[in-house]
Design a protein around this ligand. Structure first.
Ligand code: DGT
Ligand code: MG
Length: 375
């Protein structure tokens, strides 16, 4: 399709929220390498560097053709020297030695394995690495002190690292719907995160819950959790309460990345589903129907109706798209955007919105549908 695209007329905008980024693109041979560099920088707690590589990858995801020569990159934003060097290497040799040796390195692999444990961040993983630990089994063998979250993370490590399918996400959606409508009739639930952007696989399943009558959603989470626990559907859960106060949280302060909704990090026990049957559709003989389940990470978020549009926008992702929305709002529009609200620092007022479309419009951005937010 390249013949139809004049590479010199492509106007690549520099904020991810100004671009359309489809899920399937033409440059994964380059973006995967750049994302290894980004991941590695994150393991070294170099956030700026990590984001820079992620931005470079993201620009290539938005290109409507497969890059063949360095010449085609001339007019593109966000491609630093290091990214360009790596791209050049891949275009010339098919692979980047720097990236490949990084991928193979003991440190990279150990950090990937350790941060892949639910409840383990870069700091903890790095400390363990320096103590000589490399994998979840090393943690068990050496009897490391683990918190409740990490214990669950180690216990269900293999299953939680197996991608969740859209089908499994829908099965969990049905359960959450049943729970929510049992404890609060009229409540609405929406699938968020990667699955809302059209992904077929995810690392978890994200849901946003609200009720059209403001206030009805208060203290909803504990009721949902009890309903699920009574039916033995949860392996782990940690609920945090809503701590959002408009007066305290938004104006003047830099927009805070962590939001303050009532929220539950959980691990679901997903009963007898197709994934664990063999390719012939026959269940392995060692598992009875009752013991037939897998662990799946699920995030539940409850939002008041008046904040629902902001919560929807904030929980759809991708992470880079969200980051650039906030950066755009702050740098270009003197506004502060969070998953709760939009504050206009020039007009000194909060902006109300009923839909994502209205928020884009207020930000002076063309509306980008969820399936094109895969930045
Ligand atoms: P996945 O799950 O790896 O397939 O991909 P995503 O895009 O679903 O990523 P995930 O589940 O980590 O997060 C979903 C979106 O929700 C993400 O794009 C940004 C947003 N998000 C996640 N955690 C937070 C949070 O603590 N605060 C806010 N405001 N947003 C968050
Ligand atoms: Mg997700």
């Amino acid at each position: 399709p390249k013949q139809n695209v004049n590479v010199n007329t492509i106007q690549m905008k520099s904020y991810a929220c100004q671009r359309r980024t489809p899920l399937k693109h033409h440059n994964s041979h380059l973006t995967e390498a750049l994302e290894v560099l980004s991941e590695n920088a994150a393991y070294g707690e170099n956030e700026g560097r990590s984001v820079a590589f992620r931005r470079a990858a993201s620009v290539l995801k938005a290109l409507p053709y497969r890059v063949q020569t360095m010449d085609e990159l001339k007019c593109l934003p966000c491609l630093g020297d290091h990214s360009q060097r790596v791209i050049k290497e891949i275009l010339e040799d098919g692979t980047s030695r720097e990236v490949e040796s990084m991928r193979q390195s003991e440190q990279f692999q150990a950090m990937k394995a350790l941060t892949g444990i639910f409840g383990v961040g870069v700091r903890t993983a790095d400390r363990w690495f320096r103590e000589g630990l490399r994998s979840p089994s090393d943690l068990i063998r050496t009897g490391q002190q683990l918190n409740r979250e990490q214990q669950a993370g180690v216990l269900y490590y293999d299953e939680l690292n197996k991608p969740v399918t859209k089908h499994e996400a829908d099965l969990i959606g049905d359960i959450v719907k049943e729970a929510v409508s049992a404890v609060l009739p009229g409540a609405e639930i929406q699938l968020m995160g990667g699955f809302r952007r059209g992904k077929e696989l995810g690392h978890d399943v994200d849901f946003l819950i609200t009720h059209p009558e403001e206030g009805k959603e208060e203290e909803l989470m504990p009721k949902i959790i009890s309903w699920l626990e009574e039916r033995d559907l949860l392996l782990y859960q940690k609920t945090t309460r809503n701590s959002y106060l408009e007066k305290k949280d938004a104006p003047g302060r830099p927009p805070n990345n962590m939001d303050r909704f009532e929220r539950c990090f959980s691990i679901f026990k997903l009963q007898g589903h197709a994934e664990t049957t063999g390719s012939d559709g026959v269940r392995p003989s060692n598992q009875s129907e009752a013991s037939y389940w897998r662990a799946v990470r699920v995030d539940l978020v409850v939002s008041p109706y008046s904040q629902f549009a902001f919560a929807t926008l904030g929980w759809t992702g991708s992470k880079l798209f969200e980051r650039d929305l906030r950066r755009w709002a702050g740098q270009e529009k003197h506004m502060s955007l969070s998953s709760h609200a939009l504050y206009d620092s020039v007009q000194r007022c909060y902006v109300r919105a009923q839909s994502e479309e209205e928020i884009f419009e207020y930000l002076g951005l063309e509306f980008i549908p969820p399936c094109e937010r895969n930045a």
